[in-house]
Design a binder for this molecule. Structure first.
Ligand code: GN1
Ligand code: MG
Length: 368
């Protein structure tokens, strides 16, 4: 274990004596460790993270968001379900109320309680899990509808600004500094052919048909924790991008990551399709928590949001491939290109099933 991790861990007010630090492979962005502490013969665990400040340029303002959000949800749940309230993310005090520690190299660290007896899935194994995961992300939005105070800080500007993502892609392609464009000709063609879809949702926002709400913005299916024994939803994690956004994007990113039974970097593209049963379970779970407040235009845009978020992710992976793998962690050559290919295939699969998916949405929301 590197010294910086050990010394950062000392700045958090953990309970008991720190006995062990273990690295965990989680997420494409931050570095994550588990802290094992011993207290009265029991082990108390925490999650320590080094925040990637190339991605999150202003960690203090991000942590301010996260503290507001976790305290709000924790407080609300306390009155409704104290047991579940105790299983929500809580920022561990770094001594000064800011929720982070900055080391002498300029790295930012934060710590959370470890949610025990809960699991995450990179790909889901059943429609029951999909229902529950989607219900949790819907629940998360519902919990935050009455967050008091000013708007949350924008932790990554233009995060789901797909037209902007397209512009950046074009700049990177033009430069093609590593001469990689030649390896991704058909992906580049697909991108230009479909670029027309980039503006659709933001146009609806501009016209006032879709509202900005507090959204999670990174509802990759492994960002929700389900109880290990009962499979019931426990909490939503990875709160770095919780900020103003579109409800439908959150549904869209679930579609991207939960209707497909293959991994995000699967090379065998025949395995990459959107499963309609998983889709239906997602709609049911999401509708359960959101049907009361979603507007009609939002409901009507759910399927398209899945298509768009997947297309956006395709653009992002392809851009990073061309740029030289500077954003996402990679572990093999062509990793980002492989990822972009799964996303492209998934866009096609969603488009093929668009009609039947839209009918399902209509049916489910009518029932809820
Ligand atoms: C990143 O941190 P993680 O792995 O949950 C990324 C998401 C992408 C996702 C693709 C801040 O999420 O936006 O959809 O990878 N997070 C950020 O797997 O860029
Ligand atoms: Mg993340």
């Amino acid at each position: 274990m590197k010294d910086d991790v050990r010394s950062a861990s000392k700045h958090f007010r953990v309970s008991g004596e720190l006995v062990d630090i273990l690295p965990v492979a989680r997420g494409h962005i931050n570095d994550t460790y588990v802290l094992n502490c011993r207290k009265n013969g029991n082990v108390v665990r925490y999650v320590l993270q080094r925040i990637n400040h190339a991605v999150f340029k202003d960690p203090p303002s991000m942590m301010a968001n996260i503290i507001r959000v976790t305290e709000h949800i924790g407080g609300k749940m306390q009155g409704v379900d104290p047991e579940l309230a105790s299983r929500q993310l809580t920022v561990v005090n770094a001594g000064d109320g800011t929720g982070y520690y900055r080391d002498h190299e300029g790295n930012f660290w934060r710590a959370y309680n470890f949610i025990e007896n809960a699991v995450t899935y990179d790909t889901l194994e059943s429609t029951d899990l999909a229902y529950e995961a989607a219900r949790m992300f819907g629940w998360f939005q519902r919990m935050l509808i009455d967050l008091p105070g000013p708007a949350l800080n924008e932790t990554i500007p233009d995060f789901h600004n797909t037209p902007r993502r397209f512009e950046v892609f074009q700049e990177v392609l033009k430069a093609d500094t590593l001469n990689r464009a030649k390896n991704s000709k058909s992906e580049i063609d697909f991108l230009f052919e479909n670029a027309g879809m980039c503006d659709v949702l933001l146009d609806l926002v501009e016209r006032g048909d879709i509202p900005q709400r507090i959204a999670h913005n990174d509802t990759k299916i492994n960002n929700v924790m389900l109880d290990e024994t009962t499979s019931k939803g426990v909490c939503v994690v990875d709160l770095d991008t919780v900020m103003p956004g579109l409800s439908v994007y959150d549904f869209g990113d679930m579609m991207r990551t939960a209707t497909c039974l293959a991994r995000e970097d699967e090379r065998d593209l025949s395995k990459v399709t959107a499963d309609i049963n998983m889709f239906e379970a997602l709609v049911r779970g999401f509708a359960k928590e959101t049907s009361q407040f979603l507007r009609r235009t939002e409901k009507e845009s759910l399927v398209f949001a899945g298509e768009l978020i997947t297309f956006e992710q395709f653009i992002r992976f392809l851009t990073d491939y061309l740029a030289g793998d500077v954003y996402y962690k990679t572990s093999r050559e062509g990793h980002n290109l492989d990822r972009s290919r799964t996303q492209m295939k998934l866009v096609e699969s969603i488009v093929e099933q668009q009609e039947i998916m839209s009918k399902l949405v209509e049916k489910v929301f009518l029932e809820n």
